[in-house]
Design a protein around this ligand. Sequence first.
Ligand code: NAD
Length: 489
Amino acid sequence: MVSRVIPVDPFDLVIFGGTGDLARRKILPGLFRRFCAGQMPREARIIGAARTELDASGYRDVVAEAIGEFIGHHDYTKDQLTDFLSHLDYVPIDALGETGWKELQELMAGSPHIEAYYFSVGPRLFGDLAERLQRWGMADSECRIVVEKPFGRDLATARELNQTLATYFNEDQIYRIDHYLGKETVQNLMAVRFGNMLFEPLWNAQYVDHIQITVAETVGVGGRAEYYDKAGAMRDMVQNHLMQLLCLIAMEPPARFDPDAVRDEKLKVIRALDPVKPHHLVRGQYGAEPGNEEEMPDYRTAVDNPRSRTESFVALKTHISNWRWASTPFYLRTGKRMAARSSEITVVFKDTPHSIFAEDAGRHRNVLSIQLQPNEGITLGVTIKEPGPGGMRLIDVPLDMTFAEALGEEGAEQVDAYERLIMDVIRGNQTLFMRGDEVEAAWAWTDPIISGWEARNDVPKPYDSGSEGPTDATELMRRDSREWRKVSP
Ligand code: NAD
């Protein structure tokens, strides 16, 4: 089986913040991989634009180093790299001033290519970039802009940001990135749900006992301490990534697989979400790793704020008030410094209505598990007879739905989320990007949770680094006679 690589149309991609961490770690290595795969056409140009004083050759050195660091030298040839670098240019620019804009305008003038502007800079610069793009005649109705999270810090700021961008661009020109949506498995989830007759009839409160979504990280706040302490897990993870996964798992089948049909259905899910009751919410803050306090300090030390009440962990239970999901609980959990890095959506089906087998045969439930990190894949736990002469004993076996064997080597190729999403920007396909009203609806649901914590002066529960989170989170499930999936290394 050969995966088809269809080259995109020639493009000019300007990366504002082209020397920053995200550009070096994800965007540029991703573009290089698409170049090596033959998807980036020869006429394409990538123009870095950032504050750093560099010329084109200096920028190529920066990018070559980043590619060496984040892809690994052995995975490409020197010729491939040289060839790729010849597509790169650079303009020192100030998003808040006038430096560099004339030079960028001259570079872009008269280009017949698709024009895309990636705002890989802090969100406080989005408005200034948009305004200058328009003032310098680059914001025509054909161009696209790509914006990164965080998209606001509450409903009011997200709305303001949407309004600012809407002054200069139409909604169909704005690509709000949530890289979770670019994962192969997330799209496979839609294929599994809507391409098979098998699952959809069971995909409702009658057959599904509950759904859990976990995004566990082993890292702490790292270099993002200042930002993170003002944000917390609710803003940083739940409002965007977990919400997007929840939408895809819970939405109704769209009429067509097109951007607005899909995003309309996602929006309906967010709007049908119940407010979360305080006793269905657990906040946590990580402690130091016992015996390794120097290297793995507690959260407050890491953010240098001894009185911080910011959460590095959230677990919650919510419901979706519609016909499909009424009475099915959705449990969401995310945290830093947990036992393992693992992102997983789990659909736990109900027991069979009646067991024909003896008590001691054991009872089992079908569990569909969609893993996004560290490895992507979908498994379905099915109950079969334990082989052998031991009588009728039931066991669960995982049915691997990634079908690596059937798809062969090409099928096993994992394309990074950023690669796919950037190619979608060039193709003009917004299906995997958040629409402005979705982002606002997600904040409208999140805001009361955060303001409730603030009003109650809520103090997060401590949890050990390397653990499954606070015990209250375990209790949240136990009270309902359910268990979280283990976050295991
Ligand atoms: P960074 O601090 O490493 O880089 C910032 C870039 O912006 C640099 O290239 C800098 O030169 C440029 N810049 C800053 N001020 C400027 C100005 N006035 N004019 C022109 N250029 C200016 O930041 P980053 O980690 O690359 O993050 C960029 C954006 O992406 C942020 O909004 C961040 O929240 C978001 N983001 C980053 C990551 C990540 O993994 N790094 C992940 C998700 C989202």
